[in-house]
Design a protein around this ligand. Sequence first.
Ligand code: THU
Length: 141
Amino acid sequence: MKSADYQRLYDAVTRVAKQAYAPYSQFAVGAALLMKDGQIITGANVENASYGLSNCAERSALFTAYSLGYRQNDIIGMMIIGPTLGPVSPCGACRQVMAELINPDVEVVMTNWEKQDLVVKVKDLLPFRFAKDDLDGRKQV
Ligand code: THU
């Protein structure tokens, strides 16, 4: 990723993480997507008193992008920040959603407030993921 793109994404994730609604976990996460058209789409985690209804930052960003009309081929990079000791790691649910909504070779920068980065491709975040082709190839039983 170009350093200018990295810096734009880092500014975006730090800004949006401050908008997280995380009164239960006190664990604010920010995610940002770099789009082919140069736009950056962000998302933060939004929690609920019924904890299981909370939405992670990654899915907030992706659902916003798709709601704006963007699709898989429009996303060229992603960054996630959390208040973690090392790079923040997306949960399993988010990995599943990322595997469908972002192209497999797109790089995801996982980071923290100390800029300790780990860069992993979407396809390596969730090996053996369940995908549309599993449904398309289903058998009648
Ligand atoms: N969370 C995220 O938003 N993204 C992650 O990658 C890890 C976890 C949120 C979910 C919940 O609101 C809080 O962080 C603690 O799990």
